[in-house]
Design a protein around this ligand. Structure first.
Ligand SMILES: NC(=O)C1=CN([C@@H]2O[C@H](COP(=O)(O)OP(=O)(O)OC[C@H]3O[C@@H](n4cnc5c(N)ncnc54)[C@H](O)[C@@H]3O)[C@@H](O)[C@H]2O)C=CC1
Ligand SMILES: O=C([O-])CC(=O)C(=O)O
Length: 311
């Protein structure tokens, strides 16, 4: 199984390292536009193999897409990250043209690949990928909800002092500071709804913390996060390559699901060897529905700008 990661920066290299360490694929190719950068990252990762004990072969290439040929999965992490004080949406101008270029180059050599889009603004970049390639909706997956849900579970475990493994939680909606919807009603501690154990106010507090989870890290680090994003991509890639059919919230193209269409937004998806194999439709209460509607409207607004950058 072969995975190519386009963009060997913080998130791309971390994701390659996790894939190698967990032997999720037998081959990983890192590609970057900066001369020697992907080669250097790949060599550094490969120098872990002897001590970490993995057999995955990681290599790097500067803009040589032929080296990505016949990849099963292609991860797009190329593009600029935000700086403190910025929103993800502000990255659209630079990142739309990068996504357009790299996805076309990659598709030429891997016509059957499943694409995992990571570049921000995520939901809009996933739509850009679909618009420029015309690929079917199962083959374009936006990675946002896997990370946001992982952060939600972390913040819940911190707040209520429980082990993360005993906490479940899901985040749907857009991958944005105001569009994200941590579903507090569905959060559980060992199957027990957390809403029966702690107050509504406490759960709301954790939801708010989750929504700005990326912004908080950006402020602390001076650039956006990479460890959890890279690990979340690897988790998604594992479900594809091993056909695990895990239910993972992902940004998926809706064609009537949830009563919405013509946009990518975070919803629970069954992820297997064919990419998005099923979109799971939750039944929302009134408040959740109104948040979802508002999230859709906000994403549609950002998507309107896309035409300027893709033409
Ligand atoms: N969806 C999500 O949950 C997350 C998304 N992100 C997004 O992922 C993207 C990457 O973030 P980082 O890795 O932190 O940034 P980074 O700056 O560390 O890495 C980006 C890499 O892309 C490369 N690149 C730029 N144009 C390219 C091109 N045309 N072809 C090949 N490579 C190219 C750069 O040279 C750089 O090495 C950002 O847009 C960021 O906002 C980051 C974290 C989570
Ligand atoms: O915050 C950012 O810009 C990067 C990102 O999407 C995340 O870490 O959730």
């Amino acid at each position: 199984m072969k995975v190519s990661v386009i963009g060997a920066g913080n998130v791309g290299a971390t994701c390659a390292e996790v894939i190698a360490n967990k032997q999720i694929a037998s081959e990983v190719v890192l590609v970057d536009i900066v001369e020697g950068y992907a080669e250097g990252k790949a060599m550094d990762i490969m120098q872990c193999a002897a001590t970490s004990g993995f057999g995955t072969v990681v290599s790097g290439a500067t803009n040589q897409y032929e080296k990505t040929a016949n990849s099963n999965v292609i991860v797009i992490t190329s593009g600029i990250p935000r700086k403190p004080g910025m929103t993800r949406e502000e990255l659209i101008g630079t990142n739309a043209s990068i996504v357009k270029t790299v996805i076309n180059n990659s598709l030429k050599y891997s016509p059957e690949a499943i694409f995992v889009i990571v570049t921000n603004p995520l939901d809009t970049m996933a739509l850009a990928a679909m618009k420029v390639t015309g690929l079917p909706k199962n083959r374009i997956i936006g990675m946002g909800g896997a990370l946001d849900s992982s952060r939600f579970r972390y913040f819940l475990s911190q707040k209520f002092n429980k082990p993360i493994a005993d906490i479940e939680g899901m985040v749907v909606g857009g991958h944005g500071d105001t569009t994200m919807i941590p579903l507090t009603r569905f959060a559980t501690y060992k199957g027990i709804p957390l809403s029966t154990l702690v107050s509504e106010e406490e759960l709301e507090e954790v939801a708010k913390q989750t929504m700005v989870g990326g912004a908080t890290l950006t402020k602390l680090l001076g650039t956006s996060a990479w460890y959890a994003p890279g690990a979340s991509v690897a988790y998604l890639v594992d479900s594809i390559l091993s056909d695990r059919k895990r239910m993972i919230p992902c940004s998926a193209y809706l064609e009537g699901e949830y009563g919405k269409k013509d946009l990518f937004i975070g919803v629970p998806c069954v992820i297997g060897k064919n990419g998005i194999e099923k979109i799971v439709e939750l039944s929302f209460n009134e408040l959740e529905q109104s948040k979802f509607d508002a999230s859709v409207e906000a994403i549609l607004e950002t998507n309107k700008e896309l035409t300027n950058f893709l033409s």
